[in-house]
Design a protein around this ligand. Structure first.
Ligand code: SAM
Ligand code: SF4
Length: 335
């Protein structure tokens, strides 16, 4: 039996987020610039390497895998990887296999994902207005995503909608989004915009809509009951008493959630980030590629990296400058 991964602050690392590609079929304005340069293919972990990497983490005690990107479902052959992870669900070592997606490819993949053992999916959607959707995603089309959501629910996947709260953009849709999610029995989580990567001409402070303000607006129409539920991440949940709907708030900028952090993030090139908000990372691709057939060096590298997991991050908008800004994009580390 291997010893589980425990960081210097006694946090057990049981949750791995894996970005399987930095590419995407959308260009959301808060996430990417219109002209992105993507990584050359040889830099990426192959599907077999992703399998070996995730399997090693599972052997070290990771129980939850979330696949993300970029857009995970545009990675060629990605179902081979999901299918390969099914064996860890079957053995009981892995408790949950899930993904975060923009929904554009779900019409095609929802049933296969369910067959591979995925039961829940997070779908990112910031507006229900077709024109605004095209504006915010630049390349996305709302009807395609709606068909993806229909397919996901039809396949039996539980859907959670993730909405980035954007000042002057979706403020007026707060109740429309809440009602729409209720009508389709979907949970809804709002995310504060984070300072990740160069996004061209957009200004973060112009986009920033504080979730404490959003929460106050919700409270004008609903009685909010705080839920004790914690996922080890930045999300806090309330229940709307009237509809029993669960609403999440991801507030990395106004809250300190780090003390219960149970997760690390692997990029598509095999870099392990111990914290979303710090630049420190460990290269796991070299110990993996240099030692075919021997996972011990990779395991050592993972343990050494976890021993460096920092206590917390330093995002801060409070002085009206974007402090603690990260040079990498969210699509690189995986949201
Ligand atoms: N393409 C997939 C999607 O959009 O769901 C997965 C990757 S995306 C980087 C993951 C999540 O990060 C999405 O919900 C997206 O809205 C969010 N995101 C991207 N950039 C962000 C930023 N700067 N601040 C806050 N959330 C961001
Ligand atoms: Fe693509 Fe997701 Fe980033 Fe939008 S948020 S550009 S869908 S990776």
């Amino acid at each position: 039996m291997t010893t589980p991964l425990i960081d210097p602050f006694q946090r057990a690392i049981s949750y791995l987020r894996v970005s399987v590609t930095d590419r995407c079929d959308f260009r959301c304005v808060y996430c990417m610039s219109e002209n992105m340069t993507f990584l050359p293919k040889k830099e990426l972990l192959t599907l077999e390497e992703l399998d070996r990497m995730c399997t090693t983490f599972v052997h070290l005690g990771v129980e939850k895998l979330r696949i993300t990107g970029g857009e995970p479902l545009v990675r060629k052959g990605i179902m081979t990887f999901f299918d390969a992870m099914t064996r860890h669900l079957d053995s009981g070592a892995l408790k949950e296999l899930t993904l975060t997606t923009n929904g554009s490819q779900l019409e095609r993949f929802a049933a296969d994902l369910y067959a591979a053992g995925v039961r829940r999916v997070n779908i990112s959607l910031d507006t229900l207005d077709e024109k605004k959707f095209a504006d915010i995603t630049r390349w996305g089309r709302l009807p395609q995503v709606m068909r993806g959501i229909d397919a996901a629910q039809k396949a039996g996947l539980r859907v959670k909608i993730n909405t980035v709260a954007l000042k002057g953009f979706n403020e007026d849709e707060l109740f429309t989004l809440v009602d729409w999610c209720a009508s389709r029995d979907m949970d809804l989580t709002f995310i504060e915009v984070m300072p990740m990567g160069d996004i061209g001409n957009e200004n973060r402070l112009d986009q920033y809509w504080k979730l404490s303000d959003l929460r106050q607006r919700l409270a004008e129409r609903f009685i909010l009951r705080d839920l004790a539920e914690r996922t080890g991440g930045p999300a806090r949940y309330v229940e709307l008493t009237e509809t029993r709907q669960k609403i999440g708030f991801i507030t990395p900028l106004t809250h300190n959630f780090c003390e219960s952090c149970n997760r690390v993030r692997l990029t598509c090139t095999g870099e392990l980030y111990m914290c979303l908000g710090q630049e420190d990372m460990a290269d796991l691709r070299a110990p993996l590629r240099n030692n075919p057939g021997d996972d011990a060096p990779l395991q050592d590298a993972i343990r050494a990296a976890i021993a460096l997991k920092p206590k917390g991050h330093d995002f801060d908008y409070s002085r009206q400058v974007v402090d603690g800004k990260m040079s990498r994009h969210m699509s690189h580390t995986g949201g």
